[in-house]
Design a protein around this ligand. Structure first.
Ligand SMILES: Cc1cc2nc3c(=O)[nH]c(=O)nc-3n(C[C@H](O)[C@H](O)[C@H](O)COP(=O)(O)OP(=O)(O)OC[C@H]3O[C@@H](n4cnc5c(N)ncnc54)[C@H](O)[C@@H]3O)c2cc1C
Length: 384
């Protein structure tokens, strides 16, 4: 498999790296993490640099980029902060869904604003009793004379409370059938009357934030539905490959940062009159970390190349999501050990990786669900 990048792709990586260095140096990342504030200036800088436009087709004002370009961006943003990467990815994943499933009016209404950085988007599927099992979803939209009325609660929605966010909410529209055939995707501004947003006190990913969304008789019109009534499941599936591969790339970027931080620290920190990296115990830990990240990265690029070539890569993508998320958790844990008490201190960035990494094996399809999927594709019958 050929992993060589084009000159444009190398330039894209360079551009994103420079942009992140300029707009999100470590002290800014820590400030946002500590205060739990959204990086609005950075988001604007992404838009100004064309990063929000990148994956969309040129007819819609985009730059016609590929999944390879998205994975490059994911690696580079996440190298700075996995949390900031979620801020970028939420809008991109939802926007691509609108490009695939929306009608012309919906594309014209939302995509230019998203590309300009004036609109953000958040995906809302999960509920208290519907996590890995999406089909346990209960929150309903009920047909009215003029559109739909929504009541109920959604949980764990990343970025839902950020200013100017369009919620991409999956709701039951036909309770009589299996939710796979009876759910629809609604586009709902997060400031509509009847919506209450509560930022949840989570371990990590504090800047983009994780929210509970309460709907109290929220009224929306028919054109809030995207992809057609009761076609929500199709929308969930249609973006899965690109979303999971980009998420895997995000895990890799953050893991690369952890290895660099730990390696640099081990080369500088001295105890017993020598650097801690000159102890085999630490040096081998670093060697294992580097090897695991390289392996996860190879898996991710292999999967991304297949997706870019239009091939079905469900097995490779699931393996890349599984291995990259577990690698991020593992290297962040080792990074803490190498940093000693400084790693445990809120003054240093390793604790942020330790906290942010922990959600990677839970969100967007847990490790167990990825293993179920992989084993299922291998021909083993797994009961979900
Ligand atoms: C930081 C963060 C951000 C998130 N952002 C969003 C978002 O933006 N939008 C959104 O809709 N949701 C979001 N989620 C929710 C996420 O998608 C769910 O947490 C995930 O689907 C798992 O659901 P759950 O937490 O209810 O766990 P459960 O489904 O209750 O699972 C609990 C444990 O049981 C395991 N398990 C469950 N079923 C099986 C099975 N069949 N076989 C083996 N093991 C199983 C799981 O792997 C897990 O270890 C986010 C979650 C986090 C932590």
């Amino acid at each position: 498999m050929d992993f060589s990048f084009s000159q444009e792709q190398n330039m894209l990586r360079e551009t994103v790296r420079k942009l992140m260095d300029k707009h999100a140096p470590l002290e800014i990342v820590s400030e946002h993490d500590r205060a739990g504030t959204y990086p609005y200036d950075l988001h604007k800088a992404w838009a100004d640099a064309g990063l929000m436009a990148l994956p969309f087709s040129t007819e819609l004002g985009g730059l016609g980029g590929s999944v390879i370009d998205l994975a490059i961006i994911a690696e580079e943003i996440s190298y700075t902060s996995a949390d900031f990467f979620m801020a970028y990815a939420g809008g991109i994943f939802c926007g691509l869904n609108i490009e695939r499933k929306g009608n012309d009016a919906q594309k014209q209404k939302y995509l230019p604003k998203l590309i300009a950085g004036d609109l953000r988007m958040a995906i809302s599927i999960s509920e208290a009793d519907a996590g890995s099992d999406i089909t346990a979803m209960k929150t309903r939209a009920v047909k009215t004379a003029s559109g739909w009325r929504i009541s109920g609660d959604k949980l764990w929605c990343t970025g839902a409370g950020v200013k100017g966010t369009l919620l991409n909410v999956y709701l039951i529209t036909d309770p009589e059938v299996n939710p796979r055939k009876g759910m629809s995707l609604f586009l709902i501004p997060n400031d509509l009357p009847g919506i209450t947003l509560k930022k949840l006190d989570m371990l990590g990913r504090k800047s983009t934030g994780t929210y509970e969304v309460h709907f109290d008789n929220v009224e929306v019109s028919d054109d809030a539905i995207i992809g057609g009534e009761n076609s929500g499941w199709d929308c969930v599936l249609s973006g899965l490959q690109v979303e999971r591969i980009t998420s895997a790339a995000g895990n890799i970027g953050a893991s690369l940062a952890v290895v660099d931080l730990a390696s640099n620290y081990a080369a500088e920190r001295s105890q017993f009159g020598r650097t801690i990296g000159s102890n085999q115990a630490i040096a081998h830990m670093l060697a294992d970390m580097k090897t695991k990240v390289a392996a996860a990265r190879a898996l991710m690029w292999q999967a991304a190349s297949k997706v870019a070539a239009g091939e079905n890569a469900l097995m490779e993508i699931s393996m890349a999501k599984l291995f990259s998320s577990e690698t991020y958790v593992e290297v962040a844990n080792c990074g803490m050990q190498i940093f000693g008490a400084f790693g445990y201190s809120m003054e240093y960035p390793m604790q942020r990786h330790y906290r942010d990494s922990r959600s990677a094996t839970i969100a967007a399809g847990s490790s167990q669900m990825q293993r179920n999927l992989i084993a299922g594709l291998m021909g083993h019958k797994i009961s979900n």
